[in-house]
Design a protein around this ligand. Structure first.
Ligand code: HEM
Length: 401
């Protein structure tokens, strides 16, 4: 039921939503010099998920594009209640995606759980009551974000009830509406899809679908702005597509941008391209449901020179489907979206969103690394990889027809 929601026809219908969010970010770039692009990308990707999956507008794409580290604090002093709520939401969101670390840099309960798994939960229960511990902070943020999710679910359920009362109302197709409708369809679904379970699914969807996409989009811009030869090829393809006010359709995205396809791919494992040795970890719980933790390390696989000659070199052409390297590569050597029954359900969604965004941004701007960005780029490793200080870019307006 959930997998079918991101079928091609539904994805195509999401193009206007995605396009309007990226246009909102782009308008924000006019007149800016240096920006922390990764912050903007997170707001953007969260807005897309909010609108596409929950029918909710978080309004985060409107956040100012300054590269100042105190940007979010600055927004918090804004008098508008909406801006304050947005900045707090982003702050919690960043915390939620960066604090869940499954190694020895995690919270105390997680570290204990690595050594003595049965003690993890009792320790977490105690530590979450002690202020200033990481477990306390994680619990606090989870409760606050969980509360917001409950509100979103309740609002959507109320909207669906209103729809039912209205004659000829169209059935809503967003993720949350589909889950809520399934809940009402029969008794066993109602027993499975309890309100708590639906809130948890919503929360998972929000975190799974925004930080990952924002990270990937930011790395696309980071790497392209460092490689003029890639930028030139990309601009040629994008400009060659047609007038700049003509937004690509889903079919155009799939067929008319072969180089963009290749240029977006390698960025899932930026660590490799930056010569950084840590590994990117995504986790899965085994499908038999016996609680075994299975750790996938796509970043390690992607460093294997057998499958990726000169793995440290950023070369989009290595993903050219007609090229020898791509043909020779083992089918499971590149698995940024996971594999098997727990693989990502948002793969096509995020690729469409990233490609649409890159096209729109490069129709209007090119980017260079800001002098205020550290080099090499530093990362924060948790359940989702993140930037330690952000991708800081200098915006250069393009003057094309
Ligand atoms: C570049 C972007 C993305 C990357 C790299 C990515 C990667 C992944 C990976 C590796 C998994 C599997 C985790 C595991 O093995 O347990 C996963 C799961 C998931 N992803 Fe994504 N993802 C991305 C975007 C998205 C988007 C846009 C959505 C929603 C629209 C999404 C929704 C989900 C959900 C709901 C799961 C859990 C599936 C399940 O447990 O059955 N992801 N993602």
């Amino acid at each position: 039921m959930i997998i079918s929601i991101y079928q091609p026809s539904h994805l195509a219908s999401l193009i206007p939503t995605m396009q309007s969010c990226i246009e909102c970010v782009s308008k924000n770039l006019d007149g800016q010099e240096d920006i922390t692009f990764s912050d903007l990308a997170l707001g953007f990707a969260t807005d897309v998920i909010g609108q596409a999956a929950f029918g909710t507008d978080f309004g985060l794409s409107k956040i100012s594009a300054s590269s100042n580290d105190d940007d979010i604090d600055k927004i918090a002093t804004d008098t508008s209640a909406e801006a304050k709520a947005s900045s707090e939401f982003i702050r919690m969101h960043v915390h939620a995606t960066t604090s869940l670390k499954m190694d020895l840099s995690g919270s105390l309960s997680i570290i204990i759980g690595q050594l003595l798994p049965f003690l993890q939960e009792p320790f977490r229960q105690v530590l979450k009551r002690i202020p200033w511990t990481a477990d306390h902070e994680i619990d606090h943020v989870n409760l606050a974000l969980g509360g917001q999710m409950d509100k979103i679910v309740a609002e959507r359920a109320a909207a669906m009830e209103r729809d039912q009362a209205a004659p000829h109302a169209q059935q809503r197709k967003d993720f949350l509406s589909v889950v809520l409708a399934a809940r009402e369809s029969n008794k066993s679904w109602r027993e499975l899809l309890t309100p708590d379970y639906i809130s948890a699914l919503t929360y998972e969807h929000l975190l799974a679908g925004s930080a990952t996409t924002a990270f990937t989009l930011s790395t696309v811009l980071y790497l392209v702005s460092k490689h003029p030869e890639v930028e030139e090829k990309l601009l040629r393809e994008i400009d060659g597509f047609g007038p700049h006010d003509h937004a690509p359709t889903a079919e155009d995205l799939q067929t008319k941008f072969p180089y963009l396809d290749q240029a977006c791919m390698p960025f899932f494992d930026i660590g490799r391209r930056e010569g950084i040795d840590e590994i990117l970890l995504f986790i899965a719980i085994d499908s038999k449901g016996n609680g075994t933790w299975v750790w996938l390390a796509p970043g390690v696989l992607a460093k294997d020179p057998k499958n990726f000659p000169e793995p440290e070199v950023f070369r989009p052409e290595r993903f050219d489907p007609n090229g020898e390297e791509e043909k020779r590569r083992h089918p499971y050597a590149f698995i940024p979206f996971g594999i098997g029954p727990r693989a990502c359900i948002g793969q096509k969604f995020s690729i469409q969103e990233i490609k649409l965004s890159v096209i729109h941004l490069y129709r209007n701007y090119v980017f260079r690394h800001s002098p205020s960005m550290e080099s090499p780029l530093e990362f924060q490793y948790s359940i989702v990889c993140n930037f330690k200080y952000g991708v800081k870019l200098r915006v250069i307006k393009r003057h094309t027809a």
